[in-house]
Design a protein around this ligand. Structure first.
Ligand SMILES: [Zn+2]
Length: 67
């Protein structure tokens, strides 16, 4: 299936039966990030954790337990 990155509008093709495609179809995730944006966000998140300003949201955890 074709997916569009929400950050840079690049269109990529991903495997129809990949976990990511399945999640997009089931609306478990409703946005797609290309690899480079993914890397960028991961880097930023790691930086935030290392500065100690990163917060984990408890609400998210509760949602996951229901699945
Ligand atoms: Zn992107």
């Amino acid at each position: 299936m074709q997916v569009k990155c929400v950050l840079c509008d690049i269109v990529e093709t991903i495997e129809d039966y990949s976990l990511q495609a399945k999640r997009l179809r089931n609306r478990k995730i409703n946005m797609y990030l290309c690899n480079s944006c993914n890397e960028r966000i991961k880097d930023r998140t790691l930086q935030r954790i290392s500065t100690g300003k990163f917060r984990f949201f408890e609400e998210k955890k509760n949602e996951d337990e229901l699945i």
